[in-house]
Design a protein around this ligand. Structure first.
Ligand code: KG4
Ligand code: ZN
Length: 347
């Protein structure tokens, strides 16, 4: 059993949590969305500075809420890749310093591995192997989870991530940042069949389509052309809810089809979903229905564990520490790191 103090500062959420294996003892998350919203997206320098402002009080709050002293902490963890380097460095430097001062092992954690581990917090009985559909603002992949630190990427987007597509299409429709939650809400009242849109198939040189890879940039362009045409035809106001519903249903269909095909081809009976887009109601509904039809189990973390948080980072760190993995204090922040290379962070 391992009790971890975990820090997450890879993007625009400052988060600290205390986790004991698969149980959350405390979790504090402070979103910077209000600050970045006025720029229509994340400003990296502003994000780093805000992490510095927020982190100290959050550390204190997380320890107090957990009701633990440093004696009860077995290790300190911080997200070290991938993400905005300046933002990552704030949590990473704080985490390494705390580990050094309190003489605890330190673990650098891969952000996407954290999103996978959010599923263990929600479903502690989950065990590999299973398929993870990882859908965040920066990544969209189908990952074969074999064991702690052992991952194989079976499918991915060739261009935009699913969350990025939600954010870009929201901007196109004049909606606020981040786009996912706004489109999700609007889609609820719209007609998903109003506008047929391309699903983003990837052609193979030998003919046919890649079974698991996808593209969302074509869908984004199709939305742009559609909006331009509606405007040219004098449609005013734009049917925003129908546009949002049609777009969301297309993304959900594309992700669902690929995840189901992949799980069946690899004989995996469970699909665990992770990342901000796992909060999407359209995806939850389509994937749940399709999984039921194919007798597969599908797991979605609760909404608070889909978007960025430190509890998922602590959960991944606890598993690694239980396996005897920890990082050297010379470990740095990396803007990119393939999830198949997670074990390079240890030993
Ligand atoms: O995992 P996350 O919090 O941060 C990254 O690691 O990227 O994901 C953020 C992304 C954003 O693109 C946001 O628009 C999207 O997740 N998102 C959603 C929903 N909630 C957040 N996308 C679709 N539907 C939602 N309900
Ligand atoms: Zn994330």
């Amino acid at each position: 059993m391992a009790t971890i103090l975990a820090l997450e500062t890879s993007c625009d959420e400052t988060a600290v949590a205390v986790v004991r294996d698969r149980a959350i003892l405390s979790s504090v998350v402070s979103s910077q969305i209000d600050i970045h919203q006025r720029y229509g997206g994340i400003v990296p320098e502003v994000a780093s500075r805000q992490h510095v402002v927020t982190l100290g009080a959050e550390l204190e709050a997380a320890l107090t809420q957990a009701g633990l002293s440093w004696d009860a902490i077995d290790g300190v963890a911080a997200t070290c890749a991938p993400g905005l380097v300046g933002a990552l460095l704030v949590g990473l430097t704080a985490g390494k310093t705390l580990a050094m001062v309190h003489q605890k092992p330190f673990l650098g954690i891969h952000h996407l591995e954290g999103h996978i581990y959010a599923n263990y917090l929600a479903s502690p009985e989950l065990q590999p192997p299973y398929l993870c559909l990882l859908v965040s603002g920066g990544h969209t992949s189908l990952i074969y989870v074999k064991a702690c630190g052992q991952y194989q990427t079976l499918g991915q987007t060739r261009d935009d991530a699913a969350g990025e597509a939600f954010d870009k299409v929201a901007r196109l429709l004049g909606l606020s940042y981040p786009g996912g939650p706004v489109i999700d809400k609007l889609a609820h009242t719209g007609n998903a069949k109003a506008f047929p849109l391309p699903e983003g198939n990837i052609s193979l040189p030998e003919g046919g389509f890649h079974p698991y890879d996808s593209s969302f940039s074509g869908l984004k362009t199709a939305m742009l052309r559609l909006v331009e045409k509606l405007r040219a035809d004098g449609v005013d106001p734009l049917p925003i809810a129908d546009l949002a519903a049609s777009f969301q249903a297309t993304v959900a269909r594309s992700l669902t089809k690929r995840a189901i095909a992949c799980a069946r081809d690899y004989d995996l009976t469970t699909i665990a979903v992770g990342g901000g887009v796992a909060a999407n109601r359209g995806l939850r509904q389509q994937l749940t229905e399709a999984a039921k039809h194919h007798h597969l189990q599908v797991l979605f973390p609760p909404l608070s564990l889909c978007t960025d948080n430190a509890a998922m980072i602590g959960c991944a760190a606890a598993d690694h520490l239980n396996h005897g993995h920890y990082s050297g204090l010379e470990i740095g922040a990396q803007s990119r790191l393939d999830i198949t290379r997670v074990m390079e962070l240890y030993g």
